[in-house]
Design a protein around this ligand. Sequence first.
Ligand code: HGY
Ligand code: MN
Ligand code: MN
Length: 415
Amino acid sequence: MMKHISDLKVNADRLRNAWEKMATIGATPAGGVHRLALSDEDKAARDIFVAWLEDIHLEVTVDDMGNIFGKRSGKNNTLPPVLSGSHLDSAPKGGRFDGALGVLGTLEVLRTLTEKNVVTERPIIIVNWTNEEGCRFHPAMAGSGVWAGRLDKKTIYNQTDSRGKRFFDELKRIGYNGAVAAKRFPLHAYFEYHIEQGPVLENSGKVIGVPRGIVGVLWKNVFLKGLANHAGTTPMQARSDALCAAAEMILNVNELPSRMGRGMVGTVGEIHNLPNAVNVIPDNVHFSVDLRCWEEDLVERAWEKLKAEFKEIAEKRKCALEIKESMNLSRSAFSKSLCDKIIDVSRKLGYPALEMVSGAGHDAAYLSDIAPTAMIFAPSIGGQSHVESENTKWEDCEAGTNVLLHCVLASAMEK
Ligand code: HGY
Ligand code: MN
Ligand code: MN
């Protein structure tokens, strides 16, 4: 029996081996991973993940959104389980920790409980959510969003990537269009372990981040239709240049947060320009807008301002404007009691903890509507993420996984 919770620890070497193996899948020369949702690399990651679940005799289920669950029985399997996990897909040329640390941290927790023959009251389920990043197929968190009943499966199935490949065809192609319907089931609690992906935790000098929730996130797609013509023969005043209209709009997105304040951020990360030829005036441009703020009404107000400015610019530049929304996630608040549990466990294990807010979106956003939910953050070196240089000190990975172990265990022991 444990005299002190630090008597039960994860096996850091085994965690690191699993993480290093996973980091070889989609590995890029500069030390990141390129593992887009439903790609061959995502399939390879899923295949090895399922094999690892089977190694410790978990009951594996894949649903029709490709979400992968592994169930470890408890004494009383009629009780709602404790769920923990994250995602294995990455941003383009992304980092080795984003998502993978949470999935493999949970795997290490289950490996440790199995190795130590710990019998919990409740079942524990590990999960890998499909398409958390939303870079290849908008929106982000699609797997957890459909499972939670917040996103429409058929709409997601028909989403296409920049090469016109359909979500559903790709899901089928990699063999992860599971037999059971992606449908929420009762949960006792949800934990997600993740890197912070920003500078706050590292700057605080603390080891464990405890976000009280996730900011509101709004994704819009802006389509501009101008007039293609010859770059050499068309006088400047006779042009409807869609790329110039987009350029003006994009600078507004960048400048808006300083007007709105309250820590708002605005990004245009994706742009498609046609015909994209050196001597043709562009007539067809599509770009993305990502707005985020903890004060979610500010996001809506900011978008209304931007939309009005976009209309003016489109008119001035004689371009047709169409706008489509691809994600509208209101701010999600995590469970105070679970956050307190994380802080208490961190203290007992001797890890300083910092209460904060998550600027990054996570599957936990959808889970927080369904069950008591909380996240455990590990510091990101230099606050970098979604880049190949994303990095976290190994001792911090070990610390966070030990906190996850004792939070999941304590929850799973509750009658
Ligand atoms: O966009 C996000 O914040 C997350 O990394 N998908
Ligand atoms: Mn992530
Ligand atoms: Mn990410």
